[in-house]
Design a binder for this molecule. Sequence first.
Ligand code: ADP
Ligand code: MG
Length: 227
Amino acid sequence: MNIHEYQGKSILKSFGVGIQEGIVAETPEQAVDAAKELNKTTGTSWWVVKAQIHAGGRGKGGGVKLAKSLDEVKERATAIIGMNLVTPQTGPEGKKVSKVLIAQDVYYPGANPTKEFYVSVLLDRQKGRNIVMYSTEGGMDIEEVAAKTPHLIFKEEIDPKVGLQGFQARKIAFNLGLSGEAFKQMTKFIASLYKAYDTIDASLFEINPVLKTSDDKIIAVDAKSWF
Ligand code: ADP
Ligand code: MG
């Protein structure tokens, strides 16, 4: 079984993992209300309208759109709700969209550049152990990264007797090239993500992209989970 992005993010948040905040909408009117509410709670004045379907690659298929005004939120939501979304992962028949997630814009400019990463936790069936798989090449299709630049994908094996250790979270943050506040935030992100995965008994939790914001927060922009 898999769940929608907004449900995965809500689980992550309950474990203290930083997320791109969002509110689900089923009509264009609800989408505008959601955008107004997010403006109040997060201060965002741009939004991302994201189709909620059980498949990835939504960006490529036109299911993730930036909106720079409330009118644009309405326009984007009107276009996406009810559409038949075809992505590299849906098959040619596509999937019908009945809900969108109205999400805060997290790519705002600031002191430092933004950076996208890939992080997933999954059961390695051959080893019978959980691993954290991660890469500096976030936002891209991980199969493509594996095919073209396999040296940019790292794996950290978790000993089931002791779980994810502090030094492992630090090693991951280090290998992702982070330092200072972003390093600290990433170690916390990894530890909380692993705890969420382990506690809910998932077989996959994939966050692509994990974003380092311009003010060095580390947050989940997308979430895919399998049970
Ligand atoms: P999917 O993996 O199904 O395509 P994502 O949630 O990963 O869906 O979104 C696709 C891409 O859209 C992300 O890689 C990210 O770069 C981009 N994106 C998401 N939110 C924003 C935003 N607020 N501003 C700009 N780009 C965004
Ligand atoms: Mg994604």
